[in-house]
Unconditional design. Structure first.
Ligand SMILES: Nc1ncnc2c1ncn2[C@@H]1O[C@H](COP(=O)(O)OP(=O)(O)OP(=O)(O)O)[C@@H](O)[C@H]1O
Ligand SMILES: Nc1ncnc2c1ncn2[C@@H]1O[C@H](COP(=O)(O)OP(=O)(O)OP(=O)(O)O)[C@@H](O)[C@H]1O
Ligand SMILES: [Mg+2]
Ligand SMILES: [Mg+2]
Lengths: 343, 294, 508, 343
């Protein structure tokens, strides 16, 4: 299958070796070339300030992409992450603001009106996990294809978020809350730290634990996995809980970052996130892919968006360039891989 | 008692706070007038969807339609069908010129709004300024018109007022933030003013300004006068926002429709254009949603 | 002598680092049946894939019908009159048997498919190969053997001068094999040539005229079958003496029944609505005993195994392990309670083709290679892999090699290793030596003996009667989902088993 | 594989038996039940007028869904249809209006300012086919997964449409043009006729032609197809040309229907269309599916949208209900199928 060939060729070995940069060599190279290009055209691109901006901007996509990698490795897909994110963000906001009444209150920042950020974060993640559970259940019990279930979820959760917020934003949190999105540790923005932390955890899980192995197995050949005694249902259920978790986490960080939550948040995230994962070399047909690749894919898209804005390219032309470069990135990767495997 | 009515209120996108507000006010007005069933339709930024909703309303045999069209051209056929079916139609916010027989239009032309935005900048910086322009969702008429207006106001004075940066942030808060961050990073000296085509983007930009400790230093002007941004204007972190009185538009539209449907009373003037105003610290209570702010 | 039909010279092929063929020659004359022989991984399939245009050689030339031929795609080869039955089954699961037979060559006018003719022609071919199924049944529902028959029917349907058969008999039982050989002799009579790959050497003696032997990707020798013997061939293939399977002394009679199955019945799926897939199967296996199940294709052996293993649900009946009722609703349960199953269809049911040998081999035995039950202990893995690599002579580069890169036989060995590593109480092996070469086969047999002697109860399903006879202590025969007989192996003979396998099931 | 199981269970027979309604029994039943429900709650639902409205509303999605069925049968996907539609629609509009100058001119209807509708239609389809060719080429030659290529196309073609139109709409065509979207033949709207016509053609192609069967083969097992001597590349290329064709055709009909073309037209269509196809029982993993199913899936979504508006369910709640019902529809289908196969 054309796409599978590509899928297989990409990132096969890495998954059971400690980060295997060689195998992910191509995308990295492509990224580097892109960055050099930008920094020539716009020297300010390469400033620490800007690079940290880029990282902070991608960190939320990145968190979602980590979860999405788990799902796609099982040959599944989750289109609902954006809607879950909106819903979870609003719930967190409500918790932090103590209800809808003073939704617009700017908040003097010092003190929270409702509960502290800890509860807000827990609420967001709780909502995400719950949503993931529901969808995972529909997929494993009723055997409805993930695409359909999560498409339904995408619509339903968005509706819920709108209903719940009456269409308007909820904003103005206390500093402790906002710190999670806007704060820094040394020069490094907090969201970036969160992203890196979870990327590492996810990498270890996939490469060095039984659970990780089983995910690859289920994605590679579900029937064989079943006959090898794996609990395929449980594993599939779990990955949707994981995307749910990361949607909730992402929602919290985004709310902190924007100092507000709204029902339209995360619209269209699903495609960007799936794109990062696929650009990172994970096959939509399951069984092959790495977190490392996903991180590269995410950063690549972030750099692209940022660079084009810096160059002040017209909005319309930007879309054309982005489209073309995404394809080129993967084409280049596939080309290099096919050469390496001499097939 | 008043004659019972069923009317459709059709919005281009009920996920867009501006439209949501119009809808709320219209529903509230209908409730006030009493004995009216309201059918709400959400165009979801999709002209085909909104057309389909209008057709559904015709099937349902509603007594009237108030519509804020997703696109002034694309909704024409559906509205024509309604009129052919003897259903009175009032348009809000955005007019549909190509159709004859529309009962009335109530709006505050977005182009004018953009011009007001530009005029505010001129007022703030009599002797010129570097302006950064955050445009809306590409292709949507709100984005096009507001951008057009801003340029109408400033381009004649191009020597004094330069657009140092122009890009879309899709009417979206997160994009407003990231685009502004990137833009600021790309400029040696920050711009004097940022004009955003809606408040969501402005509020996003505000967070970016905070990050660079530029709050208040860069004059930030939004659009739509959402309660939240009124709050920011009050505390000075935003300089202004454009009020198009969407609520007033909606209420008037409903009044006109109901008056016609009940007593066959045609409006004296077919077109009502409310002039948008720039809300700043000085005229905060020009913001019709100030009340919602606690 | 007359110029050969096919002449391959100096064919060389390597994959990445691994060199599969080193300047191999092959000559096939018109109207001959030519045996291509060699151990697993010797390069047979690779050579044939090159001949059929499925892969391109790095070097060497092919002369077909006296003209130099360059087959860049399977299309080219087919046009020149070369039909191929590949070792790895290549059916489209969702499509009907009939369509699979005529894929790309559907009968009909212009671009339109004539369904009636398609079905009728398919029926004819299916009858010739002895496949009794609805031509419109999806290939997905066929057992491996039946799929193999479809592949053969497809080759028959092409008008070709040379038919390549890469291990066509591996999954077949005697009846089908006999039928296949009639067909082959038919070809010969018509002056067609056949290249025939098999690891069952007695078959070579039966139908082949000449043979070519490969070892480690090199040409070893060729000659006339008439002038050689099985032992000579084996000697050339493996380059060392190997001990053919010795029947082991019957184990000390124990009466500790490990696996007991009572009145197992299962209704067929959609297809034959109320037809029974399995009816009233009862059997016992004792500690350290090896029970053989013999039967023709479609007799229900695989389905029996799957039902016991919890892979398929069954309608009635009980399964006991060590006397306790087993509630296996999934393979997971079955494995927990000590049952292992080596499935017959390695590609569909066992292999993770896109994953490494490491991932494939240890997947069922994660308990044995994990730290704290959570993390994978790769050192433990390495030792495990090394152990079985040696034990089964798996021809591989290293644990990270992608399993799809292995030769068919070596893939089978990896799967065997997966289940041996698990160390179950009861091990059911369905066609365990399918596609495995003579040397390794003896090793697998001895391995099964060893396991039995450690007290494991073993059930062997094999379509190869000599194999069943050689390794079983006791043999039951099946037909149409029923048990039709039971005999002690030492008292049994092939004829006797054939008789039991073909008796009218209902009468039995 | 959970999703495959579902996929497989659904619509197995059809692809090797000429039309077999029985196999698609479940979705039809579900649709009927839904319609009965609506007509009880709102008698006006069942009027001929309304039903024809629904059909006309879905006819454009339907055309796109037919093309999408071909792509998904090969285990591919096309996310770019919405953007191609926008681009093609604008080109058609330009042709009909003779350039951008009098883009807003209402047109007295009687006479076209530019060329006739024939040329407009040809232009639209030409653009669509060209776009499909480019993408198909990238997929087959450079072995870039269809998801990536068409995601790139989605962005690039949208950008092109915006650039090309300067953002704004182009509207006001002559009556002959508009007839294709608004006209009727007897009681039947023209777009419905076009939809039905192409549905029949597509069904015949898939069930009764070699090309059709080869599409199933390529989707079901590409390697087998290659070894059987099929030209897999050519077949895969062709299906993207087909989606391109239908995007162009849809663009023309939509422009005629709305008497205008805009650069934002077709935004988000891809998901709705893919949903209809999948709801219709086509497996995203290729090899199984029918046009009949796709038609049912499309109508189901149309009926749902229409019915909910008629019942004046709150807009937000609508989204929730739609999401849930989509999942239920497929769950029901899978359930019935699994019962029939008694597996
Ligand atoms: N696609 C591939 N990539 C890498 N190595 C391969 C590939 N295909 C075959 N090989 C290697 O080439 C060698 C020959 O393989 P081949 O399949 O020809 O053996 P064979 O003689 O057919 O063995 P068997 O009897 O088991 O079928 C093996 O070592 C195998 O690992
Ligand atoms: N899902 C299914 N639907 C319909 N028939 C099936 C299905 N699975 C298996 N069968 C049929 O059941 C019969 C028994 O299959 P089984 O695999 O048990 O035979 P067997 O004794 O193992 O012989 P072999 O495996 O060598 O073909 C076969 O005819 C097979 O086609
Ligand atoms: Mg082989
Ligand atoms: Mg079997």
């Amino acid at each position: 299958m054309v796409q599978v060939t590509a899928g297989e060729a990409i990132g096969r070995r890495p998954q059971f070796r400690p980060i295997n940069v060689a195998a992910r060599f191509a995308p990295v190279l492509f990224l580097v070339v892109l960055m050099i290009g930008f920094s020539i055209l716009e020297p300010r691109f390469l400033t620490a300030l800007n690079l940290f901006n880029v990282l902070r901007q991608v960190s939320i996509y990145g968190l979602l992409a980590i979860g999405m990698t788990f799902v796609i490795l099982t040959a599944g897909i989750d289109l609902s992450i954006g809607s879950i994110l909106a819903m979870a963000g609003l719930v967190a906001a409500m918790v932090a603001k103590g209800g809808l009444d003073n939704r617009f209150s700017v908040g003097d920042g010092s003190a929270s009106l409702g509960l502290g950020w800890e509860f807000a974060a827990l609420a967001a993640i709780g909502v995400g996990v719950a949503a993931g559970l529901v969808q995972g259940f529909a997929i494993t019990r009723f055997k409805v294809p993930p695409f359909v279930v999560t498409l339904g979820g995408m619509s339903a959760f968005r509706g819920a978020a709108l209903l719940f917020s009456g269409g308007g934003p909820v904003s103005g949190f206390d500093d402790a809350f906002v710190w999670w999105g806007q704060g820094k540790v040394g020069p490094v923005p907090v969201p970036v730290l969160i992203f890196v932390l979870f990327a590492v955890i996810a990498h270890i899980t996939l490469s060095y634990t039984r659970y990780g192995r089983q995910i690859y197995a289920v994605g590679g050949n579900p029937e064989a996995a079943r006959l090898a005694g794996l609990n395929v249902r449980k594993i599939i259920l779990s990955v949707y809980v994981i995307t749910g978790f990361f949607s909730g986490l992402g929602a919290f960080v985004l709310a902190a970052r924007l100092n507000s939550a709204e029902a339209v948040a995360g619209t269209g995230f699903e495609l960007t996130v799936i794109a990062s994962v696929v650009i990172g070399g994970t096959s939509l047909f399951g069984g092959t892919g790495t977190i490392f690749g996903t991180v590269i894919g995410t950063v690549l898209i972030g750099v692209l968006l940022n660079g084009l804005v810096l160059l002040d390219v017209s909005a319309y032309v930007q879309q054309i360039i982005i489209g073309v470069i995404i394809v080129l990135a993967v084409a280049f990767d596939t080309f290099v891989k096919s050469r390496r495997r001499a097939l | 008692a008043d004659k019972h009515l069923t009317i459709m209120l059709s919005s281009p996108d009920l996920a867009f706070p501006f439209s949501v507000h119009i809808m709320k006010e219209m529903q509230d007005e209908a409730a006030k007038l009493g004995n009216i069933d309201v059918v709400v339709s959400d165009g979801q930024r999709n002209s085909s969807k909104q057309s389909a909703d209008i057709e559904a309303a015709i099937t349902k045999g509603v007594d009237g339609i108030v519509i804020s069209p997703n696109d002034s051209a694309a909704l024409a056929p559906a509205i024509q069908e309604a009129i052919d079916a003897k259903i009175p139609v009032v348009t809000v916010d955005r007019s549909v010129d190509s159709v004859k027989g529309i009962l009335a239009h109530v709006g505050a032309d977005n182009v004018k709004g953009g011009e007001v935005q530009g005029e505010l900048i001129i007022k703030l910086f009599p002797n010129g300024a570097n302006v950064m322009n955050l445009q809306g969702q590409p292709g949507t008429s709100a984005a096009i018109d507001r951008n057009k207006g801003l340029h109408n106001a400033l381009d004649p004075l191009a020597t004094k007022y330069k657009f140092v940066f122009e890009d879309t942030a899709g009417f979206d808060r997160a994009k407003g933030l990231s685009v502004t961050e990137s833009a600021l990073a790309s400029m040696g000296t920050p711009p004097d003013a940022i004009a955003a085509a809606n408040d969501d983007m402005a509020l996003g930009a505000l967070e970016a300004l905070k990050g660079r400790e530029l709050t208040g230093k860069v004059k930030l002007i939004g659009f739509d006068a959402l309660p939240e941004s009124l709050g920011k204007v009050r505390d000075g972190s935003m300089t202004g926002t454009i009020e198009q009185m969407p609520g007033k538009q909606g209420r008037q539209a409903v009044d006109i429709l109901v008056a016609f449907a009940r007593d066959g009373k045609a409006p004296e003037n077919k077109i009502t254009l409310l002039t948008p105003v720039a809300v700043t610290k000085d005229n905060l209570n020009a913001g019709e949603r100030l009340g919602e702010l606690k | 002598m007359s110029q050969p039909l096919l002449q391959m010279n100096g064919i060389t092929k390597s994959f990445g680092g691994i060199s599969a063929l080193r300047s191999v020659d092959l000559r096939v004359d018109a109207g001959e049946v030519h045996a291509l022989l060699g151990e697993n991984g010797a390069g047979k399939s690779t050579l044939l894939k090159i001949l059929s245009g499925a892969q391109l050689p790095d070097d060497g030339e092919v002369t077909f019908l006296g003209v130099k031929a360059a087959f860049n795609s399977p299309q080219d080869a087919q046009r020149c009159g070369i039909a191929t039955i590949y070792q790895e089954l290549t059916l489209v699961p969702g499509m009907s048997i009939a369509e699979n037979i005529f894929l790309g060559r559907e009968p009909g006018w212009a671009n339109l498919v004539n369904w009636r003719r398609l079905v009728n022609q398919a029926k004819g071919l299916m009858a010739r190969v002895g496949l009794e199924k609805d031509p419109l049944a999806p290939a997905r529902d066929l057992s491996v053997a039946e799929q193999q028959l479809v592949e053969i029917a497809r080759a028959l349907s092409m008008r070709s001068k040379l038919i390549i058969m890469d291990e066509p008999t591996a999954a077949l039982s005697n009846a089908e094999v006999d039928r296949l050989f009639d067909i082959v002799s038919g070809f010969k009579a018509d002056g067609l040539s056949v290249i025939f790959v098999t690891h069952r050497l007695e078959e070579v003696m039966r139908v082949c005229d000449r043979f070519t032997i490969l070892r480690d990707g090199r040409f070893v020798c060729d000659g006339n079958v008439a002038d050689t013997s099985i032992d000579a061939i084996i000697h050339h293939m493996v380059g060392r003496e190997i001990t053919a399977t010795q029947r082991r002394p019957a184990p000390a009679a124990t009466d500790a029944v490990v696996l007991r199955v009572e009145h197992l019945s299962r209704r067929r799926g959609a297809e034959g609505l109320n037809a029974m897939a399995l009816s009233d199967i009862s059997l016992e296996v004792r500690r350290g005993e090896i029970l053989g199940i013999a039967g023709l294709v479609g007799s229900g052996r695989t389905e029996t195994a799957r039902a016991i293993f919890g892979a398929d649900p069954f309608d009635s009946g009980k399964v006991f392990i060590d006397g306790v009722l087993l509630h296996a609703t999934s393979p997971q349960d079955a494995i927990r309670q000590g049952i292992g199953l080596v499935p017959e269809d390695r590609k569909q049911q066992a292999l993770f083709l896109s994953l490494s040998i490491r991932a494939n081999l240890t997947v069922a035995a994660h308990d044995r290679v994990s730290r704290l039950g959570v993390f994978i202990d790769s050192n433990a893995e390495d030792t495990l892999i090394a152990q079985y690599r040696k034990l089964l002579r798996i021809r591989m580069v290293g644990p990270e090699q992608i399993v799809s890169d292995l030769s068919g036989g070596n893939q089978q060995k990896v799967i065997l290793a997966r289940w041996l590593a698990l160390g179950p109480k009861v091990l059911i092996v369905d066609e365990p030596t399918r596609g495995i070469d003579v040397g390794a086969k003896a090793e697998v047999h001895n391995l099964l003996f060893q396991m039995a002697s450690t007290g494991i109860a073993i059930v062997v399903i094999s379509s190869e009667l000599p194999e069943v006879l050689a390794i079983s202590d006791r043999i039951i025969t099946m037909r149409e989902g029923r048990v039709t007989g039971e005999v002690q192996a030492d008292a049994a003979s092939p004829e006797m088993l054939m008789a039991l396998m073909t008796v009218d099931a209902v009468a039995a």
